[in-house]
Design a protein around this ligand. Structure first.
Ligand code: PMP
Ligand code: GLN
Length: 379
């Protein structure tokens, strides 16, 4: 049997969380909150299960959740979208990314991907018969050189995947980036797959520049988000994709044969949450900024060099002054010998970089962050 994905193994997130458990280490590797989902969300999930709301939802989603998503988008990005035609509820952002890629990528199409890149993009592109064209960004600022992006575009380029705020760097696209992206998209007739799962986690007053804010980009984009990040519920695997109606129609043809529909009681609970406690979304940036700052403060006496984090719940550390090991070996050493699990940055690159950088997830209780920082300060 010939594998369709011969170069893929178990994801780094599963590997590192597995090692964290095995060595009873503090797990700052895989990105998930240590704290619980909001009480209302849990109560409402229970409520709908008990009420017998346990059968298939419409394939594109429960209409009242689609409407709440459209309302949120209008409130945040001043974008008027048609909930019934444009919003599709999916089983996590991972499903939405996969389906969006299958919707537009044909054999031999090229898709531009920025490295470090989230790990699900490349396999989804390959399974569609396409080719990922990697544009590498570097520490410490991970700034996009749009000249290089422009040179990477060929007649086969079908789409460009952007991720803002960016996992793992925490980088947020700036107005100039959006302007450059817009020019490329209109000059070359390419689509944008915009991974905005950390859209509500931005720091220091930075604005998240969703593709939905811009009328021209909106017409060419699949905008993807995840309730897992927004409502501390990564295990529910609930997300969505917003696209222009004609693209959403095509997206839904594939979605209906990947999952058909997503978990119905959770869709109702999420609609209640958005309707009744919309402020949770607005408080998320402040909540995580406090955690970022706490971790930075407690690492200030360490020998790690802290890179800027503008959003997401990740912080990058340069460990050049701590160890000569490469980042994969360093992370193994760190989890096994020091008791802290982190993610090596090189795994997010097609051409592994030699940067000595690791990623920490700070979606953890304050005590956990302080305890981890104390260990790191001793290295
Ligand atoms: N994209 C990025 C950048 C992510 O960090 C994640 C979550 N780790 C996802 C997509 C997937 O989100 P979900 O868990 O909703 O599938
Ligand atoms: N998105 C999470 C991260 O970046 C992991 C998700 C997963 O384990 N697939 O850590």
């Amino acid at each position: 049997f010939e594998s369709k994905l011969p170069n893929l193994g178990v994801s780094i997130f599963s590997q590192m969380s597995g090692l964290a458990n095995q060595f009873s280490a503090i797990n700052l590797s895989q990105g998930f909150p240590e704290f619980d989902a909001p009480a209302l969300l849990k109560t409402q999930l229970n409520y709908y299960v008990q009420q017998g709301v346990n059968q298939y939802s419409p394939s594109s989603g429960v209409p009242r959740l689609q409407q709440q998503i459209a309302n949120l988008v209008e409130r945040k990005y001043a974008a008027k979208i048609n909930a019934a035609e444009q919003v599709t509820v999916t089983s996590g952002a991972t499903e939405a990314l996969f389906v969006a890629i299958q919707t537009i990528v044909r054999p031999d199409d090229e898709v531009i991907v920025f490295d470090p890149a989230y790990d699900s993009y490349q396999p989804a592109i390959e399974l569609a018969g396409g080719k990922a064209v990697h544009v590498a960004l570097s520490a410490p600022n991970y700034t996009i050189d749009w000249q290089i992006v422009s040179q990477a575009i060929t007649k086969n380029t079908r789409a460009i995947i952007v991720n803002t705020p960016h996992n793992p760097s925490g980088k947020i696209l700036q107005p100039q980036d959006i302007k450059e992206l817009k020019e490329l998209v209109s000059a070359h007739n390419i689509f944008v797959i915009s991974d905005e799962v950390y859209e509500h986690i931005t720091f220091d007053g930075q604005q998240h520049l969703s593709m939905l804010r811009d009328e021209q980009l909106r017409e060419k984009s699949f905008v993807i988000s995840s309730f897992g990040k927004t409502f501390h519920s990564t295990g529910w695997k609930m997300g969505y994709c917003i696209a222009p109606a004609h693209l959403a129609t095509e997206f839904r043809k594939i979605h209906q044969y990947v999952t058909f529909s997503s978990f119905t009681p959770a869709q109702h609970a999420l609609a209640d949450m958005l309707e009744q406690q919309g402020e949770h979304v607005d408080e998320l940036s402040g909540f995580y900024q406090q955690k970022r700052d706490l971790l930075i403060k407690h690492l200030s006496d360490s020998r790690f060099n802290i890179l800027p984090s503008q959003g997401t719940y990740f912080l990058l550390l340069d460990y050049s002054d701590v160890s000569d090991l490469n980042d994969v070996d360093f992370c193994h050493w760190l989890v096994e010998q020091a008791g802290v699990a982190a993610i090596p940055l090189s795994v997010f690159y097609k051409q592994p970089s030699n940067d000595k950088v690791i990623r920490l997830c700070f979606a953890k209780n304050d005590e956990t962050l302080i305890e981890a920082a104390q260990i790191l300060c001793q290295l």
